[in-house]
Design a protein around this ligand. Structure first.
Ligand code: XLS
Ligand code: NI
Ligand code: NI
Length: 437
């Protein structure tokens, strides 16, 4: 098998630890705001990056040293890889994972053969789940790598690509059910376009909605009760992805009657590619009742693409955790590390360094967020800022007691608006920093 023989179970050692592979802040049993950290986060490892990331980039081939990989990517090798993966999750102390169908099993020469390959590997995944208690946070289907999907899958101009994708998602839902998965994610893949000269956008969006309805119907038919997620991303690989950002996705879901079935899976780096911050996306999804799950990673300010780096910025995880806590947590969603080690970090041990750092950064963010909330000063400042809406004219407007004519009358009598108060942005930034450092 040759997994990680030199690594033992990662332990919590506390903030003073200097051990490079120990948690300083993530203690799975520590209770924060009524839940253990294990329950708060529901951390998940992404199979595609951690087991299938090769380090290849447009300028050079694979760099990753993965001693467990056999010479050929056959079913036997795929099954062995699954066992190594579960060893990794166990040693890391993560209880969830996510995968695409094509991450775990190689494609065959026909759909029948491909499905058989998948079944053989899923059998091993099930055994490993039973052995370890590790669960599937969400499953998904890769509807973007195979050349048949060059024009998209559900939004392809080629109806057969749509049909093939439907067959693939049907199978992926059966697998998610078999593995007791808590969810299923639609990420756009190549659902988008490069130029309107060759694109009928209305038709493509209608097809995407039809496809998602078929998935919802099939899940119902087979008894899969996991949560569906739609994952916003503005660009890459297409120039205009149809699932641009939270607001765009929510509009799509409502326009096509999918709002009762699908929530959002918000990814940090996708938020920044859309010109937003992750906290904006979480807040928008949360306030609309669509906050489902999170793909945790980070981009690079100097690079304009989806670099999928591991999160190391406590300020950012603090903001993320403030949103989580505000909206009552994520379950049945979780925090899935949709993140990859750099091409230059090619040794297996780097996978541990990356995840340990990400988990600790989130744990510290959670503690800071909980302290900010317990103290209440930030909330008080926010409440004070809107105090004109709590009573008097503001409360009357909010309860529907006014129209333009009555407000004109009110102002004619009053003469002018009350003076404004300072926004105090800098003071509030300093207040937050008091908890951060
Ligand atoms: C790609 C997406 C992808 C989804 C799963 O940018 O983040 O990894 O999370 O298909
Ligand atoms: Ni993602
Ligand atoms: Ni991504």
């Amino acid at each position: 098998m040759t997994g990680f023989p030199d690594v033992s179970k990662i332990k919590y050692e506390g903030p003073d630890s200097t051990h490079p592979l120990a948690f300083r802040h993530y203690d799975e049993n520590e209770v924060v705001e009524g839940k253990t950290m294990k329950e708060q986060f529901r951390f998940s490892v992404a199979y595609w990056h951690t087991m299938r990331g090769t380090g290849a980039d447009p300028f050079g081939p694979a760099t990753m040293l993965r001693p467990w990989e056999g010479p050929e990517d056959n079913v036997e090798n795929a099954c062995n890889r699954v066992r190594v993966f579960f060893e990794f999750c166990e040693k890391l102390g993560v209880y969830f994972f996510c995968f695409h169908d094509r991450d775990v099993a190689p494609e065959g020469d026909s759909l029948t053969q491909t499905n058989q390959n998948l079944d053989a590997v899923v059998k091993v995944i099930k055994e490993e789940q039973d052995r370890t208690g590790i669960k599937l946070l969400w499953g998904t289907a890769n509807l973007f790598s195979n050349p048949r999907y060059m024009h998209g899958a559900a939004t392809s101009c080629n109806a057969d690509a749509f049909a093939f994708a439907a067959a693939q998602v049907k199978k992926a839902l059966e697998v998610a059910l078999e593995l007791g998965g808590d969810g299923y994610t639609f990420w756009g893949g190549r659902e988008g376009y490069q130029t309107l000269w060759n694109t009928d956008m209305k038709r493509e969006l209608d097809h995407l909605a039809r496809f998602m309805h078929m998935a919802v119907d099939y899940a119902k038919q087979i008894g899969f009760t996991g949560q569906f997620y739609f994952e916003p991303k503005p660009k890459e690989p297409t120039k205009h992805q149809y699932d641009f950002d939270a607001a765009n996705c929510i509009n799509f879901l409502r326009a096509y009657g999918l709002e009762d079935h699908v929530k959002l899976n918000i990814e940090t780096n996708h938020a920044t590619l859309a010109g937003h911050s992750v906290e904006h996306e979480l807040e928008y999804a949360g306030m609309q009742g669509f906050l489902g799950s999170v793909d945790a990673n980070t981009g690079d300010l100097l690079l304009g693409w989806d670099t999928d780096q591991f999160p190391t910025d406590v300020y950012m995880t603090t903001k993320i955790m403030l949103a989580f806590l505000k909206y009552g947590g994520l379950a049945p969603g979780g925090v899935n590390f949709d993140a990859k080690v750099r091409r230059e970090s090619f040794e297996p041990i780097d996978l541990f360094h990356a995840h340990v750092g990400g988990m600790d950064t989130f744990a510290k963010g959670l503690k800071i967020a909980a302290a900010i909330r317990a103290d209440g000063q930030l909330q008080k400042a926010l409440d004070d800022r809107y105090c004109s809406w709590a009573t008097g004219i503001g409360a009357e407007i909010d309860t529907g007691q006014h129209d333009f004519a009555s407000l004109e009358q009110y102002m004619l009598e009053k003469g002018d608006a009350e003076p404004n108060q300072s926004g105090r942005q800098e003071a509030l930034e300093n207040l937050v920093n008091r908890y951060v450092f």
